[in-house]
Design a protein around this ligand. Structure first.
Ligand code: GLU
Length: 508
């Protein structure tokens, strides 16, 4: 055995990804529930890498999973990169140390497992026969009767073999903190492989051995593992070990009810990161997919979730991925950032848009404007571009307002008050930070000017809404976009004057 801890332990949970792909949002949710459970109970969150499938596991996937977990803020206490009393935390290294072979050897000695020499071809044929009879594929125990001596002789002669667990008769009952009780009747589970012919442990075997060795108290994972849990319980029983508590959460479904997959669009944490979602919004959204906080408040920081999270409040119904809700939360998180944090987050998304701007100061104001309306950070590029680019006035559809009597009146009044719009901003410096600090003055000046203009318009019976719409059309050629005060501050006095005048000329 690799470790020898025997003290009673607090809550210990683990996230155990297989590094055969990038981190799917479903797995991120599993990691989150484990993390929250650990934090809520002041327990330990372990990160273990299940890389016994050597053909499909890579170090690159492993690193990207670690990076994504760290980006999401799900810091683990023990495990890969961090170390701990139960190291190593990579199953390939634990296998190399002979851990699983040792457990399997004990099972062989106690006749709880046996060598199986059946070829792949035979097993495939068996499977097809079962399927053609509409039965679940199950091993027919052909090798179960081979004696230990006979098996040793075959092995010595170089015959390849797996090791199978000898499933005893009797029902297997899984009691689950989310699902309640599921009974697997005697006979449905066939003798399953615990050590493959290449010597690597199967998932079910390695997971149990490690959960025992690492003193895991709660296993929280997706409900696709429920049938594995029945097998795993048999292994605990054979080892005379108390199993941990189990909690299988529902899987994430696409809007069509099928398991969330590429055909629904983005599925990995990396995809959402590239699309401009903030880690806090993703975490918050994933938590809410099947967990309901007591107080009903939906926007919750990780700390708030840590305080409130209870496995008993996780629903067992399938979780439907609702991109609109994620978008809504992401917008809230974007608006909740301070200017410096927003700048840092949005910068990678602005490469193209920013390249077209002559001054970084204008970009600062554009960023501030974009922050008020962007749904994702990726929206920022086009929004920043649009911010400075006038669309041609058409005077049709919704824009017809610019040509009628009230529209013309707004433009005349605005032009008449331009001398009161003093935007003192220096646009040509390249010092981003000092400029962004100056920008609020002009935003305040623009707000003040619009306030005065609103009063003047009211005296003429022109409602504020009408004023805003007409100004927006005159300044951008569009009917929606960033807040007007940012537009004015970002465009500067000269451009504002120029555009209002040409809009009035257009209105005739
Ligand atoms: N390596 C398994 C997976 O990624 C872990 C399942 C478990 O938590 O036991 O699905």
């Amino acid at each position: 055995m690799i470790s020898g801890h025997s003290l009673p332990t607090p809550v210990r949970v683990r996230f155990a990804p297989s590094p055969t792909g990038t981190l799917h949002v479903g797995s991120a949710r599993t990691a989150l529930y484990n993390y929250l459970c650990a934090r809520h109970q002041h327990g330990i969150f372990v990160l273990r890498i299940e890389d016994t499938d050597a053909a499909r596991s890579t170090r690159d996937f492993e690193q990207s999973i670690l990076d994504d977990l760290a980006w999401l803020g799900l810091e683990w206490d023990e495990g890969l990169d961090k170390g701990g009393d139960f190291a190593p935390y990579r199953q390939s290294e634990r296998a190399a140390a002979g851990l699983y072979a040792g457990y399997a050897g004990r099972f062989l000695d106690e006749s709880k497992a046996y060598h199986c020499f059946c070829s792949q071809g035979r097993l495939e044929q068996l499977k097809q026969e079962c399927l053609s009879r509409n039965e679940m594929p199950k091993y027919d125990r052909r090798c179960a009767a081979i004696s230990r001596d006979q098996a040793e002789a075959k092995l010595a002669a170089g015959e390849p073999a797996t090791i199978r667990f000898r499933v005893p008769d009797g029902d297997v009952t899984v009691d689950d903190l989310i699902h309640g009780r599921t009974v697997f009747p005697s006979g449905v589970i066939g003798d399953f492989i615990i050590i493959r012919s290449d010597g690597a442990p199967s998932y079910n075997f390695a997971a149990v051995v490690d959960d025992i060795e690492m003193q895991i108290t709660h296993v929280i994972r997706g409900e696709d593992h429920l049938t594995n849990t029945a097998r795993q319980l048999l292994i605990y029983r054979a080892l005379a070990k108390e199993p941990p508590s189990f909690a299988h959460h529902s899987l994430i479904m696409g809007p069509d009810g099928g398991k969330l997959s590429k055909r629904h669009g983005a599925t990995s944490v990396g995809d959402f990161k590239r699309l401009g979602y903030l880690p806090g919004a993703i975490i918050n959204y994933l938590a809410l997919l099947s967990w309901s906080p007591v107080a009903g408040k939906e926007k919750l920081s990780l700390e708030e979730m840590e305080q409130q999270f209870e496995l008993t409040r996780v629903a067992k119904s399938p979780a439907i991925f609702d991109i609109q809700k994620l978008n809504w939360l992401n917008g809230l998180y974007i608006r909740g950032l301070d200017a410096a944090a927003f700048h840092a987050a949005v910068e990678p998304f602005l490469q193209d848009a920013a390249a077209g701007l002559s001054s970084s100061g204008r970009l600062a104001v554009a960023e501030a404007a974009v922050q008020t309306s962007a749904v994702t950070l990726a929206d920022a590029g086009p929004l920043v571009k649009d911010f400075f680019r006038m669309a041609p006035l058409r005077g049709e559809g919704e824009e017809v307002e610019i040509r009628d009597e009230q529209g013309r009146k707004v433009l005349e009044l605005a032009i008449g008050m331009l001398d009161k719009l003093t935007l003192s901003y220096e646009w040509d410096s390249d010092d981003y930070m000092s400029l962004s600090l100056k920008a609020p003055d002009d935003i305040a000046a623009a707000r003040d000017w619009i306030g005065k203009l609103k009063k003047v318009c009211q005296q003429d019976g022109i409602p504020a809404k009408r004023l805003y719409r007409t100004l927006r059309i005159a300044l951008t050629g569009r009917t929606s976009g960033p807040e007007l005060v940012y537009l004015l501050a970002g465009l500067g006095s000269d451009t504002v004057r120029e555009r209002l005048r040409s809009a009035l000329a257009f209105a005739g």
